[in-house]
Every structure is written in C-alpha cells, then in structure tokens.
Design a protein around this ligand. Structure first.
Ligand code: GLC
Ligand code: CA
Length: 540
C-alpha cells in the first residue's frame, strides 16, 4: 500500500491539533509523544493519513499559524527527535502523515522579521512587503474582519508599513524575492527529509500582490505553486500537496492546474451546502453545487470535509444563503466569527447522532477523500466563550477520568479548559465509552469507513445523481467492476418512499436508525425513515 503514488485519492484523512490531543508529560499541553501513543486509536478508526496543524515554534497569537522558526518543533510539543519517532510509528502502522506548510506569512517574532524591521540593509528586509503609505493594493479584502481594519500595519522600527492578509502579527512574505522562494523550498526539503508524506499548504491564494487586482489567485502565485510541485515530483515522488484555498469553484479548480499543481484541494464550496441541505430537508444546494463543479484532472482528488479547526466559513455562499445559515446555526451572536460560525459538528446538529451519521454518510458518498476533524468522530462539543477559534480546539475527550483523560494526573490548568458540563461534557462524551457501545457515533463512523474502504470505486469522480424530482432525497450512483453502487439518503424529517431502479442489488449498509421498515430489495421499494440512508452495491 505504501508504494501506490495515488494513495491520497482513496484515503481517510484525520486532522489533529497536537496541542489538543493527548498530554504525555502532564504539563497540560498535548504533545507529539502523546499523539504517538494514540496512533493505534486512529488506526482502529480506519484513518489512513494524519494532517498535523502547525507544530513549529510560535508565540501562538494565531495558534501556531504564526511561525517564528520554520525549522524546529515548538518546545511545548516536544523535539525534532519526537517528531521523527511519530513519523516512524505512523508509517509502521501503514498510515501516512502530512504537516501544515504556512507559505504566506511568518510571525512578527520570527528572526527574519525582527532583522527586517531593524535593518533595512539586511537581506531579510526584502523577505517582507513594505510601503510608505497604507494605500497600495486596496483591492484586497480583509479576511479577519472582526479584528483587523487594514492589510497594512505601521512598523515603528522600520518607519514603514508592512503587508499582512491575516493578523497584524503575521507579516506576509515577499514572493517577488527569489530568496524567499528558495527559503520555502528549503523548509519543504527539511520536513520531507524527515519522512513526512506531504503538506497541507496554508492560505495559498495570497502569495503575490499586484496593483489593480484583489491580490488572490494571481498567475504569479500559480506559477510558483507549480514550481513547488515540480520539486515534489522530482525529489519526493509519492508525497502530496493539499491546498487550502477558500475560493469560488472556478478559482479553486485552478489550483489543480493540468494535474501539475496541487494533488488535492479542500472542497470548500460544497461544505456549507451540506449544512444547508440538512437544515432545509432539501438536497438542492448539494445537487446544484455538484452540477456546477468543474471536472478535475485524473491524478487529483478533492478533500471533502464537514468541519475543521477554523470557523465554519460561509464566505463562498450568496448573502441570502449566509443569512439563512447564520440564523439557523448561529442564533447567538457569540456563535459567529468573521464570516463564519465557531461551532463544532455535534452542537451544530444539536447532538442528534442520527443526523451526524447521515451527514458523514453523505460526505463519504461524494467524490473526494474525506477528512475528519479530531473529536468529531465522537461528537465533541464546543465552548463559544473561548477566544477566537479556541472553542473548537478544546482537549480531546478520551475517558470519564480527570481532564477527560487528556492529562489524567494534572491538577493545574490545561492549555484550554476541557468541556465538562452538559450533554457534551467529557463524562458523557468520551472515546472509552464510545468504543464499548456498538451504537456510538465512533462505531457508526468506523463501520462507514470500513464499508467505504472495501469499495475503492468510492474514490471515483464520475457520479450520477438520482431522484432529482424528490428533493428530500440525496442519492448518487456510480460504477464499479461488480456493478453499480447506489447511495440513498433522506435529508428530511418525514419518511420517504422510494422506488428503486430496476436492478438487482445487494444491501451494502444502512443507517442505524433504519429499523422500523426493514429493507426488502426484491420488492423494489424502500421506505426510508427520517434522516436515514441505505447504500446498495452490485446493482446489475
Ligand atoms: C488558514 C488557517 C487558519 C489561520 C490562517 C492564517 O486559514 O486554517 O487557522 O488562521 O490560515 O494562517
Ligand atoms: Ca505535554
């Protein structure tokens, strides 16, 4: 398996925040050794590839996306040796591991920026983007609209303004400078030489700036990204680049190039539409998006997701759709952040395990390789009162023991408080309890993963949408060698009667809540219970 260069097309990905996962030395902070100790857990869920959020030295003003040293590990998390061990142990279990590559910016605490500010003759000065006034590049939007008012910040030391697309403490790198482009390549080689299987490249649309544009998705940016791909193909074949580009479908599609840019890209435009569909009991939003999605090259793959470590972004929807999603999923002002919603999957669905299972089933039936955000496999809750996006980054809930088993012996403070109260508190929601309960979300998800993996055809791009005249239903059909696979999902709160296609099928799997009516395939009809699904295979 480790030899297949297209492995990513049919992998189950899992996003880990090391700081939040497991604390091995009882200092209240999750660490690399803690994660290594939990690899068997990830393997048992069916994970193929782990994505690590930034693990580098950082003042943590943006939870590690503000890097102060690109060639090391944050001391809270361990050492480079611990990192190597994690990579080795991951590979030993037949899994892979990719890490965040923060391309666009550094921390203002990075030595490069410190030198850049204090000495205009330092080569590092040209690592950043400077101007005497804040008037340049006015066409670029502000991304963190709740906290920033400009993409320029005045540097007292340098006596000029510097450019930043995110927090002011994250100065953008100057990609017009060849030295910066070379530096990034050394960073890549440094981590790839340690054995990692690729990168999730952060915030890639913003690398170059040009007057008179919105400074996103520029041809210069694509050209440089293709250069990085050539490096990967030439020196590290079989390793991947996964793009984070929160863009409209056409602009997003461009990051695949002709199969010569990114191997994968997060399928941002689809994500909010899955939440819209289940809220409305109507699949139109998903279907329209699939109909309008451009094709991607054969050696590429989407990475599909429901939630991640950021706010659920509702940037790439119409303003009416955004208002609907906000009203429905973020009725309290504190639940909103920038153009998004700072909540986790389970609370968004009121902890309704059948709906969560249904959304995962839909995700798994769609073209793409799905990624699961840590904790969402057990339906963890959030804490909207924490700062910024911290509310969806609380400690993993392993057991009903102290600190949810995240840091069992510690009596002091954790890096963030564990969720203890209410229906999402760790006494109720934890890994240990769910492993022992066949109907838990963990075991439902594990079954879905097993089924999906036993049919590699799930990774295909071609699908046919069925039951278009029954919008309560979302159903797809696609081919594999033994016949067709048909996945039928009921998004509504009412029973749906379905007339099956005139084919002989086997039952592949069905939702836990499809108990009342049973499934009588020869009858050619199914009554699907509210929020239930059925997957059929070998349909001939
Ligand atoms: C990406 C990350 C986000 C971070 C931002 C700036 O969008 O997902 O967490 O704040 O980039 O690095
Ligand atoms: Ca620790």
């Amino acid at each position: 398996m480790l030899e297949n260069n297209l492995w990513y097309q049919n992998s189950i990905f899992y996003e880990v925040h090391t700081r939040a996962f497991s604390d091995s030395n009882q200092d209240g902070i999750g660490d690399l050794n803690g994660l290594t100790q939990k690899l068997d857990y990830l393997k048992s869920l069916g994970v193929d590839c782990i994505w690590l959020l930034p693990i580098y030295p950082s003042p943590l003003k943006d939870d590690g996306y503000d890097i102060s040293d690109f060639y090391n590990v944050h001391p809270d998390l361990g050492t480079l040796e611990d990192f190597k061990k994690l990579v080795e142990e991951t590979h030993r279990r037949g899994m892979r591991i990719i890490a965040d590559l923060v391309v666009n910016h550094t921390s203002d605490q990075c030595r490069w920026f410190q030198e850049a500010q204090s000495n205009p003759d330092s080569p590092y000065h040209q690592y950043y983007v400077w101007n005497d006034t804040p008037e340049k590049y006015r066409g670029a939007r502000i991304i963190f609209i709740d906290s920033e008012t400009s993409n320029w910040t005045w540097s007292e030391k340098a006596g000029k303004y510097y450019w930043h697309r995110f927090y002011a403490c994250q100065p953008d790198l100057n990609y017009d400078n060849p030295a910066v482009r070379e530096e990034l390549k050394s960073i890549m080689r440094f981590w790839l030489d340690m054995g990692i299987d690729g990168f999730r490249a952060d915030a890639v649309p913003y690398l170059f700036e040009r007057e008179g544009t919105n400074c996103e998705n520029l041809p210069e940016t694509h050209a440089f990204l293709k250069e990085l791909r050539r490096l990967m193909d030439a020196e590290y074949p079989g390793r991947i680049l996964l793009a984070e580009a929160n863009q409209w479908p056409r602009d997003l599609r461009a990051y695949f190039g002709d199969g010569d840019e990114f191997h994968m890209a997060f399928r941002f435009p689809l994500m909010p539409r899955m939440f819209m569909a289940i809220a409305k009991g109507d699949s139109t939003a998903i279907v329209d998006n699939l109909d309008q999605s451009p094709e991607i090259p054969a050696n590429c793959q989407w990475c599909t997701f429901l939630r991640n470590h950021d706010e659920l972004t509702v940037e790439m929807v119409t303003s009416e759709e955004r208002q609907f999603l906000w009203d429905f999923y973020a009725p309290e002002p504190r639940m909103r952040l920038n153009l998004g919603i700072r909540r986790r999957l389970a609370p968004l669905l009121n902890g309704d395990i059948d709906k969560i299972e249904l959304l995962y089933a839909i995700l798994f039936s769609l073209p793409g390789a799905p990624i699961i955000y840590y904790g969402d496999e057990i339906g963890m809750g959030d804490n909207i009162w924490l700062n910024d996006r911290d509310g969806v980054r609380t400690p993993m809930q392993w057991s009903a023991k102290a600190n949810g088993g995240f840091s069992e012996k510690l009596t002091g403070n954790l890096y963030l408080p564990v969720i203890q109260e209410g229906k999402f508190g760790y006494p109720q929601v934890n890994v240990e309890a769910q492993i022992n309960d066949p109907n838990s979300l963990f075991n439902r998800l594990r079954r879905l993963i097993t089924v999906r993996k036993s049919h590699p055809a799930f990774s295909r791009q071609e699908i046919e949408i069925l039951y278009r005249d029954q919008p309560e239903i979302f159903a797809v059909q696609f081919s594999e060698s033994g016949g067709k696979i048909i996945c039928i999902h009921n998004l509504s709160s009412r029973v749906q009667d379905i007339v099956l296609p005139d084919l002989q099928c086997n039952l592949l799997t069905q939702s836990t809540n499809q108990t009342k009516y049973g499934i009588d395939l020869p009858a050619g009809k199914i009554s699907l219970e509210p929020y239930a699904y059925v997957w059929l295979s070998h349909c001939l």
